[in-house]
Design a protein around this ligand. Structure first.
Ligand code: AMP
Ligand code: GLY
Length: 426
């Protein structure tokens, strides 16, 4: 099969590496890909949001299967367009991708179908939102832009002044554009966070192994939120009992709710959960693989990813047994100096050959380019250095060993990935 991956980050590189293991994958393409991806797939400079451009590429390259990995083209209807053109695609329709693209949609869905989540109110008027926050007088207050905002549309406000600033920047200054036409004001909840990705064909749901993201930029969960600075799998807080409970109370009810709404979800559904004293609650849904969750989950997948994608598309996931490797995986993201703020690009990356030769580690490229035959930085998150092991401690040790061999000017990474989860050696 000729397979096309849409996107160009570490998640897409991990998906491509997983597809390389399939005997069915004859030729892999990626649009637009990145420097590292270009060593594993043929990269084509098509913007994922150029929906017609992607359809034309799929047609001209006689693609048999497309994976749409990022949120924006899913929400814009790329999977619908490909299907209309007769191209098989893995990912939800635009109608189903609303579960991520609109927090108002997902919160109302959860309320209607009794799926546990933090209490909330929706506002399209900034004055009304602020009046409500003042009346509640409960801090921190959580303010979320309705639409997609590169993971930055959630503000935890410690006092009224912070809430005023959040509502102003989202609703009036339109920091995230039309995504801020409405806001959700949410109850603040606490507990360990767990990411669970699941394959679903709209009827059957098969959860993947669990993971834990590290969203803040600095050690000790300090500093601003990022796209994710590292991950581990499994998530030690997520016990078998909790998995059963989430299946009953959250996962299956969500798949059934989407089908009942006439928006059956096909693809990878991501549950961002918080394990509160009151039981597991949904913090957010994503309509896609997480990044860098995919980097620790996919290396543990034993079943052929092409078989899974085809079963999802054809609605016969119930026939498939999906197997996972025991043990653990860890990913440490190496980022550009300044990230998640502004940063320089084009800085040479050293040590990749040495790290790449370590049998136990895989370096996924997130933001790299090739310049005069050398790898240079080309994004905020540059590399996802990943390792597997029998235990979390081993996986972390190997991942950090590989990290120590790689360098570029300004590089920074968290030294405490997995530590809060018991990976003491990190
Ligand atoms: P999100 O981008 O929706 O994943 O939110 C970013 C982060 O904000 C989450 O990972 C949580 O740590 C935090 N968060 C979101 N909603 C709440 C809430 N209702 N209570 C406490 N923390 C929250
Ligand atoms: N790592 C979180 C996300 O992909 O949204």
């Amino acid at each position: 099969m000729r397979i096309l991956m849409i996107g160009g980050g570490g998640r897409e590189h991990a998906l491509i590496k997983a597809l390389q293991k399939s005997p069915k994958a004859e030729q892999l393409f990626c649009a637009p890909g990145n420097g590292g991806v270009s060593k594993d797939a043929i990269c084509r400079p098509v913007d994922p949001m150029d929906l017609d451009g992607v359809v034309n590429l799929a047609k001209s390259e006689k693609i048999d299967l497309v994976f749409v990995a990022p949120d924006d083209p899913l929400a814009a209807g790329l999977v619908d367009k490909l299907e209309q053109a007769g191209v098989r695609a893995f990912g939800p329709s635009a109608a189903a991708a609303q579960i991520e693209a609109s927090k108002v949609f997902s919160k109302n869905l959860m309320k209607k179908y009794g799926i546990p989540t933090a209490g909330y109110e929706v506002f399209d008027d900034p004055a009304a939102a602020l009046a409500y926050i003042r009346e509640q007088n409960s801090y921190p207050a959580v303010v979320k832009a309705d639409g997609l905002a590169l993971g930055k549309g959630v503000v935890i406000c410690e006092d009224y002044a912070a809430a005023e600033e959040a509502v102003r920047s989202i609703m009036l200054d339109k920091k995230f554009g039309a995504s801020g036409n409405r806001v959700v004001v949410e109850q603040f909840i606490t507990g360990p966070e767990v990411s669970v990705l699941a394959f679903t064909d709209g009827k059957t749901l098969r959860p993947m192994v669990s993971s834990m993201d590290h969203k803040r930029v600095f050690d000790g969960n300090r500093g601003p939120n990022t796209g994710g600075m590292g991950t581990i799998s499994p998530n030690p807080f997520y016990t078998d009992e909790m998995a059963d409970r989430c299946m009953r109370e959250i996962f299956l009810p969500t798949v059934r709710a989407m089908a009942a709404e006439g928006r059956p979800f096909k693809g990878c559904l991501y549950f961002g959960l918080m394990l509160t004293a009151d039981g597991p609650k949904v913090i957010e849904y994503n309509a896609r693989f997480g990044d860098p969750e995919a980097q620790v989950v996919l290396p543990r997948l034993e079943t052929d990813l092409v078989d899974i994608a085809e079963a999802v598309i054809d609605g016969r996931l119930d026939e498939l047994d999906i197997r996972w490797k025991p043990g653990a995986a860890a990913c440490v993201v190496m980022a550009s100096g300044g990230y998640p703020g502004s940063y320089e690009k084009g800085i040479e990356i050293c040590g990749l050959d040495e790290a790449g030769q370590l049998a136990h580690a895989t370096v996924y490229h997130a933001g790299t380019a090739v310049k005069e035959g050398k790898f240079v930085t080309a994004g905020g998150r540059v590399l996802g250095v990943t390792a597997t092991g029998e235990t979390l401690e081993q996986a972390l040790e190997k991942a950090y060993d590989a990290v120590s061999r790689i360098s570029f000017t300004g590089a920074h990474y968290r030294k405490d990935i997995g530590r809060a989860a018991g990976g003491a050696k990190a």
